[in-house]
Design a protein around this ligand. Sequence first.
Ligand SMILES: C[S@@+](CC[C@H](N)C(=O)[O-])C[C@H]1O[C@@H](n2cnc3c(N)ncnc32)[C@H](O)[C@@H]1O
Length: 161
Amino acid sequence: MDISLPKVYDPYCTTPADLTRKKLELLELKNGDILYDLGCGNAHTLIDAFTFAQVKGIGYEIVPEAIKDAKDNIVKAGLTGKIEIRIQDFYDAHFSDANAIVVYLSRSVLGALSLKLEKELKAGTRIVTHQFDIPGWTAEKEVDFLQTSGVIERIFLYRKE
Ligand SMILES: C[S@@+](CC[C@H](N)C(=O)[O-])C[C@H]1O[C@@H](n2cnc3c(N)ncnc32)[C@H](O)[C@@H]1O
């Protein structure tokens, strides 16, 4: 019996740069890590990750405008070949090789993805989200981050057991 939740889709928007930087800092990326951004938008998070470590960046995206922006930004950043954009629904992807995952998705999408993450991620994989937690999961760390805009946003860091 399939007990997964219905698929839900979030729109294309972009996390502010300072908040992105804080999320990446919490992931404690290391050289050689495989980092996924599920719904990578314009790929700015995967690009910024190279400030921290030499990772293999993989972004899933399905909105044509975002895919074009992501590809353009990767070329501009000189990271062609280091970041891969997969034009594919992340509900159909496999994440078993991930060391770290970064997302900005609504709670309903995180809920729909949670069983898949539970099944596929290897122990020790770090996941960072903001604004919305993963339903039913216990965060290792919760950080209230004051953005330069003056808005405080909560960041959740998880580690797969
Ligand atoms: C809230 S935006 C976040 C973008 C980026 N990660 C950031 O933080 O700036 C969510 C992104 O997920 C993409 N998305 C939503 N559902 C998706 C799915 N099922 N598969 C792939 N991408 C998806 C949207 O097109 C959108 O660009």
